[in-house]
Design a protein around this ligand. Structure first.
Ligand SMILES: [Zn+2]
Ligand SMILES: [Zn+2]
Length: 189
C-alpha cells in the first residue's frame, strides 16, 4: 500500500537554447505527487503507511527551495545577469522579507540558493528533469515508490523499486531518530 501526497510549486524558468516560446522566461504552478511505500506497516490501530502530513514536512523542507523561485540552467547567460541585478538591489544574499526559505542543498543535478530564491540546474528543468532532481533529494528520507510532476500541459512520472524500510514509530508513523526515539510522540523502541 502507498501513502500519496501532492504539492504545488510555483516557479519561473525557461528552456535555454530551445526553439520555441519556452526559451522566454515564464512561470508555472507545478504539481508534484509523491507516493511512499513501506513493507512494514505501522500499528494496525494507526493504520497508515506513512502519515501524509509527515511526508509533507520531510519533503517540504527541501522542496520549499523551488517555490516562488527562479530555476535556471547553469550555463544560462540570464543567471549572471539576474545575480548582478539582485546584488545591486541588495537582495542577492537574503532579505528580511525572504523568510519562506528551504534548507540549501547541492546535488549532482541541482544547487539551491535560498537567499536569492534561485535553483541552478545541470540540465534543462523539464518535468522529467524535476523528477530526477526530487528523487535524488528525497530518496534517503522517504521510501519513494513513484513521483509524478505536471507543469502546464507537460507531465512525467517515474516508478521506483522500494527495497529497504525506514524504522518508524508504531504509534504515529514518523521516522525514528538514530536513538530509536520518535521525535513527535516520544515513543522509544
Ligand atoms: Zn515552462
Ligand atoms: Zn510517535
Amino acid at each position: 500500500m502507498r501513502s500519496i501526497t501532492t504539492f504545488d510549486l510555483q516557479y519561473a524558468h525557461r528552456f535555454y537554447g530551445f526553439q520555441g516560446e519556452a526559451q522566454y522566461l515564464h512561470g508555472h504552478t507545478g504539481v508534484l505527487t509523491i507516493e511512499v511505500e513501506d513493507s512494514v506497516s505501522v500499528n494496525p490501530g494507526v493504520n497508515m503507511v506513512y502519515p501524509c502530513n509527515e511526508i509533507r514536512k520531510v519533503a517540504w523542507d527541501v522542496l520549499k527551495n523551488f517555490d516562488h523561485a527562479l530555476i535556471l540552467r547553469e550555463d544560462d547567460p540570464l543567471l549572471p545577469a539576474i545575480l548582478d541585478v539582485y546584488e545591486k538591489q541588495g537582495i542577492k544574499n537574503g532579505h528580511p522579507q525572504n523568510r519562506m526559505k528551504g534548507e540549501a542543498f547541492k546535488t549532482e543535478w541541482a544547487v539551491a540558493y535560498p537567499d536569492s530564491r534561485l535553483v541552478v540546474t545541470k540540465e534543462t528543468m523539464t518535468v522529467e528533469g524535476m523528477i530526477k532532481i526530487v528523487y535524488d533529494l528525497l530518496k534517503d528520507k522517504l521510501n519513494i515508490a513513484k513521483l509524478t510532476f505536471t507543469s502546464g500541459v507537460n507531465a512525467a512520472s517515474q516508478e521506483y523499486k522500494v527495497t529497504g524500510t525506514i524504522d518508524r514509530c508504531p504509534l504515529c508513523g514518523v521516522a525514528l531518530n538514530e536513538e530509536g526515539e520518535c521525535p513527535k510522540c516520544g515513543y522509544k523502541k
